[in-house]
Design a binder for this molecule. Structure first.
Ligand code: SF4
Length: 259
């Protein structure tokens, strides 16, 4: 029986796509964003983390497809009433075993549950091609247009991120872009203009842009995982975020803040 490791299942989520959703957090991510507030999502295997009371806790539990579908289906009435569904997040769902993810998505579709894919874009294009018929929406992270900067802060260049975004757009996928904003790094008009210009040049279709100002909520988790936290970022000022929002709106995008 195929199993995969999940580190969290969040019910009644309202930030990971439309309506009321269940968000499934797959464990394992191919990159290492310095600002990551879920460092327990990065390693693929289950691992020990101290809880808030200093006790060891195993993070990551294996689920069969059937077990996971049962969890997802339990709240179907709320999805139906609110226009919600399930969101596969992580970690990185598109870097998981597709022999698990595909039948899971297919089963959700068969049950009439819409599927959103929350992705950093660093996974084989073939995986996106395969999930496309079963995915209703992609929540797609675009961190930096400059590949060197992407490498510096995530440990990976952005070739696949840009390629997969071009691919999904060309396939007419529904895409909501998610943009992390880090003060003094990319929370400015220059970085916004670069993204706007690139999207226009590449003729990328996006439904909506979500601006995600950096927050430091997950910092204590690094210590609880016995890892060193190298985060040295600040949250951009509200006026700065409003200015960036306006820049994207002026370019014709619908923009939300947070999520
Ligand atoms: S892509 Fe997401 S889960 Fe992976 S390291 Fe970056 S922030 Fe963390």
């Amino acid at each position: 029986m195929k199993k995969t490791t999940i580190f969290n299942i969040q019910k009644f989520s309202t930030h990971d796509g439309p309506g009321i959703r269940t968000t499934i957090f797959f464990k394992g991510c191919p990159i290492r964003c310095e600002w990551c507030h879920n460092p327990e999502s990065q390693v693929f295997a289950p691992e020990i983390m101290l809880n808030k009371y200093g006790k060891e806790e195993l993070i990551g539990k294996e689920y069969s497809i059937r077990e996971l579908v049962k969890k997802i289906q339990a709240d179907q009435i709320f999805y139906d009433q609110s226009g919600g569904g399930v969101t596969f997040s992580g970690g990185e769902v598109m870097a998981q075993n597709m022999d698990y993810v595909l039948p899971l998505a297919k089963e959700c579709q068969r049950l009439g549950i819409t599927v959103a894919i929350d992705t950093c874009g660093v996974a084989p294009t073939e995986n996106y091609r395969q999930i496309l018929p079963y995915a209703d929406l992609f929540l797609y992270d675009l961190k930096f247009i400059d590949s060197h900067t992407h490498q510096l802060y995530t440990g990976a260049n952005n070739q696949l991120v840009l390629d997969n975004l071009r691919f999904l757009s060309a396939q007419q996928a529904e895409i909501n872009l998610r943009l992390i904003l880090l003060d003094e790094i990319n929370a400015d008009e220059v970085a916004a203009n670069r993204i706007i210009d690139w999207l226009a040049e590449e003729e990328i279709h996006v439904n909506e842009i979500s601006l995600l100002p950096y927050h430091n909520f997950g910092r204590d988790k690094y210590e609880r995982l016995k890892r060193i936290c190298t985060q040295n970022f600040s949250k951009p000022a509200d006026e700065q975020v409003a200015m960036i929002q306006k820049r994207y709106q002026d370019a014709g995008y619908r923009v939300t803040i947070g999520g």
